[in-house]
Design a binder for this molecule. Structure first.
Ligand code: G6P
Length: 608
């Protein structure tokens, strides 16, 4: 989704804006632009395509002198991705300029009204409405104009704004779209996300909904919608700049795949104390946990897939019924919730629009909520009653790997915590689970050792038309994620099927040479899935299997096998997903795809 940066300080703004936009590339975009306030007023340059185009057009920003400005990467919603629709957008006399992330839902109504007052529009965007509306209300006081438009505009927005009359001031405001402020030496910054400011500062303010920030070189002031000043405390970000850089890897995705052992250990180790699960940030008492009769797990994309796995884990370990929902479905399906329900929202970014709406729906019904979130201070982290952080560090590649793996760990820990409190596992069993959990980081490392074998195999499938994934139980959940990894970055059609469903239609898709990946990590289901492998193989499929060490039997029915170390049946996803991530990565790499920035996708989906 769109990325916003802004700077006011003692240095040239344009190179800082471009640098910040590069750090936000992971959000997905199709055009980019910057506005810089220099001696001749506000100058805007924008261009369709990659940031490189804008970078070259402005000679790395040199062509735009001036020490304050705003920048934007656009992920088109209203209007085609072209130069005109790219942000920033001006008002008529070019005295107000705006960048925007979000969707102005009532823009047509506002546009009509503004047109009737003589305003002319040159783009198809909803954002241009904001520029003209600010112009309409502006009487010399930027704060008043911003506050007035906040009363008129419906939908979600994060805005960066410059006023020609107010040199040396950058304004920012947000509602339901992320925006942060960085306090740096010699200048201050705004951005959609932390990586854009890490080079300059680790001291960051999270702007809350309907708050306005005014930045000058040396000051940052916050206001509410009534223009009253607010006191806010900055958060010190623990990540360092190298965490958001490639560090010698060709793509962030591969770097992040390799960071998994550490990310898992960081998420796991602090929560195991003296042989017990201790989740310090959990504000639920043991009694409250005992009262829970039903859990809803709600999320989007890969986070949803971790939820599908966790249903088996929660139900198996803590004996609590679990429903798993896609957030976009949950929010519109009138779920039956009561005071004995817990709604768990899983989100890497903590800003996914549907997940946030699902959280708010649950809260509005007085239901207890818990977020499993990676980005500290994000909306879901702040609004949920409870939050468990996954300590994956910044994840830049659009296709998630390490955030997914740490979400699984947080969910195992929570399920075990429930089991501990509710007495559904014995102390001895708990000891065993904890021992096995602690082994996961090393076992992931070991599994990564299959890299070359997988790359070689992947290279045989660069021209594949369809690739299918099958499994049962947790293996089906693993298949869903394996299939998503492959299709989102390689653009090869792929689907995951519960292996038992094959015969109900999908087996007709199997042709001579079709690759079918079978996941077999659940011992009690080996034989069942192996029968399905035989069925597809006898119809010409080539079968790759991912299974536990020791299950040599599978070689009789699979053409290519990857073994993962032995672990508890509830935790196998953490190991089995590794070869599937590598497979997807190498197929995409071999096909020459832009692995980190797949077409049409965004890392953080902040619009519905
Ligand atoms: C996008 C990302 C996925 C992610 C999903 C949910 O589609 O590309 O990797 O799983 O959004 O994002 P969240 O930040 O809520 O986990």
């Amino acid at each position: 989704m769109c990325g916003i940066v802004g700077y006011v300080g003692e240095n040239q703004a344009a190179p800082i804006l471009l640098d910040g936009l590069y750090k936000l590339e992971y959000r997905g975009y199709d055009s980019a632009g910057i506005a810089v306030y220099g001696e001749d007023g506000i100058k805007v340059v924008k261009a369709r395509g990659r940031l490189k185009v804008l970078d070259e057009m402005t000679h790395g920003g040199e062509m735009l002198p001036g020490t304050m400005g705003i920048g934007h990467t656009r992920w088109a919603t209203h209007g085609a991705p072209n130069d005109t629709n790219a942000h920033p957008h001006f008002n008529k006399d070019e005295s107000i300029v705006v960048v925007h992330n979000g969707i102005i839902e009532n823009y047509l109504k506002l546009k009509k009204k503004l047109e009737s007052k003589g305003y002319e529009f040159c783009s198809d965007t909803d954002t241009e409405v904001v520029a003209h509306l600010l112009d309409y209300y502006y009487d010399g006081n930027p704060l008043t104009a911003i506050s007035k438009i906040m009363h008129r505009v419906e939908g979600s927005y994060a805005l960066g704004i410059l006023f020609k009359d107010h040199p040396g001031e950058v304004y920012a405001v947000r509602k339901d779209s992320p925006l942060i402020v960085g306090r740096a030496k010699g200048g201050n910054l705004i951005a959609s996300d932390v990586p854009a400011v890490l080079k300059y500062t680790r001291s960051v303010y999270f702007i809350d909904n309907e708050e306005i920030a005014k930045l000058t070189r040396d000051t940052i002031t916050f206001y509410n919608i009534d223009e009253e000043p607010l006191q806010k405390t900055p958060t010190e970000i623990a990540w360092d700049i190298t965490a958001a850089e490639k560090g010698g890897y060709e793509y962030f995705m591969l770097k992040e795949i390799y960071e998994q052992p550490k990310a898992i250990a960081d998420t796991l180790n602090p929560r195991i104390k003296d042989g017990r699960i201790v989740i310090e940030e959990l504000k639920m008492s043991d009694d409250e946990m005992r009262q829970i009769r039903k859990i809803f797990i709600v999320a989007c994309g890969s986070a949803y897939h971790t939820g599908v796995t966790s249903k088996y884990v929660f139900e198996g370990l803590a004996r609590i019924p679990v429903e798993v929902d896609l957030a976009s479905e949950f929010r519109y399906r009138s779920p039956i919730l009561d005071e004995q329900t817990l709604v768990i929202i899983i989100s890497q970014s903590g800003e996914t629009a549907d997940s946030l709406a699902a959280l708010r729906l649950a809260k509005s019904q007085g239901v207890r909520t818990l977020g499993i979130v990676n980005v500290v201070g994000s909306s879901i982290a702040r609004e949920a009653d409870n939050v468990i952080y996954t300590w994956a560090g910044p994840e830049i590649a659009v296709a998630t790997t390490k955030a997914y793996s740490t979400q699984l760990i947080a969910e195992y820990l929570l399920a075990l915590k429930f089991a501990q409190v509710r007495g559904t596992v014995t102390d001895e069993e708990m000891e065993g689970y904890i021992r096995e959990l602690k082994m996961i980081p090393d076992q992931v490392e070991l599994t990564l050792g299959n890299k070359e074998k997988i790359q070689k195999f992947a290279n045989r499938y660069l021209a594949a038309k369809d690739i299918f994934f099958i499994g049962r139980g947790i293996d089906y959940a693993i298949s869903m994620e394996g299939s998503l990894k492959l299709k989102e970055i390689s653009y090869i059609h792929s689907d995951a099927y519960a292996a038992g469903e094959l015969k109900h239609g999908t087996i007709s898709l199997i042709e001579e040479g079709t690759l079918v990946t079978a996941v077999l990590t659940q011992e009690e289901l080996y034989k069942k899935t192996m029968s399905n492998m035989v069925e597809v193989r006898s119809r010409g499929a080539f079968v790759m299997a991912v299974t536990n060490t020791g299950n040599q039997e599978v070689e009789k029915t699979a053409d290519f096998v990857i073994y993962i170390p032995q672990t508890n049946k509830y935790f196998t996803n953490s190991l089995a997903i590794i070869p599937l991530q590598l497979f997807g990565y190498y197929v995409a790499l071999g096909r020459g795809c832009d692995v980190d920035k797949p077409r049409n996708l965004a890392k953080s989906v902040t619009v519905e």
